[in-house]
Design a protein around this ligand. Structure first.
Ligand SMILES: NC(=O)c1ccc[n+]([C@@H]2O[C@H](COP(=O)([O-])OP(=O)(O)OC[C@H]3O[C@@H](n4cnc5c(N)ncnc54)[C@H](O)[C@@H]3O)[C@@H](O)[C@H]2O)c1
Length: 389
């Protein structure tokens, strides 16, 4: 088969796209769902999900704990319409920052730009889909043009923004969100990236090159000579500084993948690298399909995280893993939280505090006595490399 973009002349997207539009469902705090979780979800993973709902609603959101809450997002959740749950949490100040795969943020842009994703089937002929220029994410279908147009928007934004040099991913996403808000008024209702920018909530990505956003930044460098790059060091220090400033720290981990570790490594960065023992996370909730037995980080339990100083050993009862598909469990979890007593918190607006928090991290690291290493001695003969060229 010749190499070409999906979609060939003479083929029309027939009825593959006749399925209902995928929209961002917004949880409303349904009393029935709360009854189900409290009364019906009693054992096994239903029991764990109920436990997770209680840890979040009763403890993490309790005003006296003032928990700094990180949400990590992996798996194809925005294509499946889960962005509305995230927006509701942002809106209500129930999460303070997000670490997401780039894919979830990229696919969120389709909603902001008013493109349509459709409900479909996972049992389709992918060669025919390819011929017809239709992209499939399991049972979510949309025309390839949605990718091309979203990519075009990202490239235009990058030029428009004039951003250059190293920036944190939170800065990139914040500026992207502001641009969306300006060009698509009202889109904060149906875009996580726009809603986060409006709320001053930072969004990080743990693998900036591994998404269509990263792909278009690479284009911007090669084709436009841009110096813009997402600097992971800035992200590591910002997330670390946010965690350091938290009175208590807690996380809601959806799936696993690199966002999970990127959040959790904040505590070891503090004690192991900066010499500032923070004591580990106070709350840890994970909804995942990953298993512990393969030894990977995605399936690692909160108990294992204790040995790394990622989770406070004194708080293991405040940790919970529910082995569920997040597309089922997360909307239920959010319904529970939205209907709970502490269903709104003042927003921390950490986007506007990043610089001050990193300055505080620097001050505390200096106080902790971790002096910068002396410049590395290149060793005898090292300077001769150039001369021999
Ligand atoms: N167009 C794009 O930009 C694009 C598209 C797809 C993926 N990607 C990139 O590929 C990388 C991998 O992304 P990914 O999100 O597929 O991560 P992944 O496949 O690594 O998933 C992360 C973890 O979450 C778990 N998980 C996935 N779906 C789940 C669900 N419904 N319920 C519970 N647990 C679930 C998985 O078991 C896995 O361990 C990311 O860096 C992403 O940005 C980019």
């Amino acid at each position: 088969m010749p190499h070409r973009a999906p979609g060939s002349p003479g083929h029309h997207a027939s009825n593959y796209l006749s399925g209902k539009t995928i929209t961002y469902y917004r949880p409303r705090g349904s009393a029935d769902v709360r009854d189900l979780i409290d009364g019906g979800f009693q054992a096994f993973n239903a029991g764990r999900l109920s436990e997770a709902c209680h840890i979040f609603a009763d403890k993490m959101l309790a005003p006296e704990h003032d928990t700094t809450i990180g949400l990590t997002v992996a798996g194809a959740l925005t294509p499946a319409g889960l962005g509305g749950c995230v927006i509701e949490l942002i809106d209500r100040g129930m999460v303070d920052f997000i670490v997401s795969t780039g894919a979830n943020l990229y696919h969120d842009l389709h909603y902001a730009l008013n493109f349509t994703l459709h409900r479909g089937s996972p049992f389709l002929d992918d060669v025919d889909l390819y011929e017809q220029g239709i992209i499939r994410i399991y049972d979510v279908l949309f025309p390839a043009n949605v990718l091309l147009e979203t990519d075009r928007y990202i490239r235009d934004f990058l030029v428009r923004s004039g951003m250059s040099g190293p920036v944190s991913s939170s800065e990139l996403h914040y500026r992207l969100g502001l641009d969306l808000l300006e060009r698509y008024p009202g889109c904060a209702e149906y875009s996580v990236v726009a809603s986060a920018a409006q709320a001053g909530m930072p969004i990080y990505t743990s693998s900036p090159g591994d998404s269509s956003i990263g792909m278009n930044i690479a284009y911007h460098e090669l084709m436009n000579g841009s110096t813009l790059m997402v600097d992971p060091n800035k992200d590591v220090n910002e997330v670390c500084a946010i965690i350091l400033a938290g009175k208590k720290n807690g996380c809601v981990i959806l799936g696993g993948g690199s966002p999970k570790n990127f959040y959790l490594q904040g505590q070891p960065t503090l004690w192991e690298v900066y010499g500032i023992p923070k004591g580990g996370n106070d709350y840890f909730i994970q909804i995942t399909t990953d298993q512990v037995v393969w030894g990977g980080l995605s399936g690692a339990t909160p108990a294992e995280a204790v040995s790394w100083g990622k989770v406070n050993p004194a708080v293991l009862p405040d940790t919970c893993v529910a082995y569920c598909d997040s597309t089922i469990a997360f909307p239920l979890f959010c319904e529970y939280a939205v209907g709970a007593e502490h269903n709104r918190r003042p927003r921390k607006e950490l986007v506007h505090k990043r610089e001050a928090l990193v300055a505080d991290l620097l001050r505390q690291a200096r106080d902790a006595g971790r002096t910068p290493a002396a410049a590395v001695d290149p060793g005898p003969g090292a300077g001769e490399i150039d001369r021999h060229r």
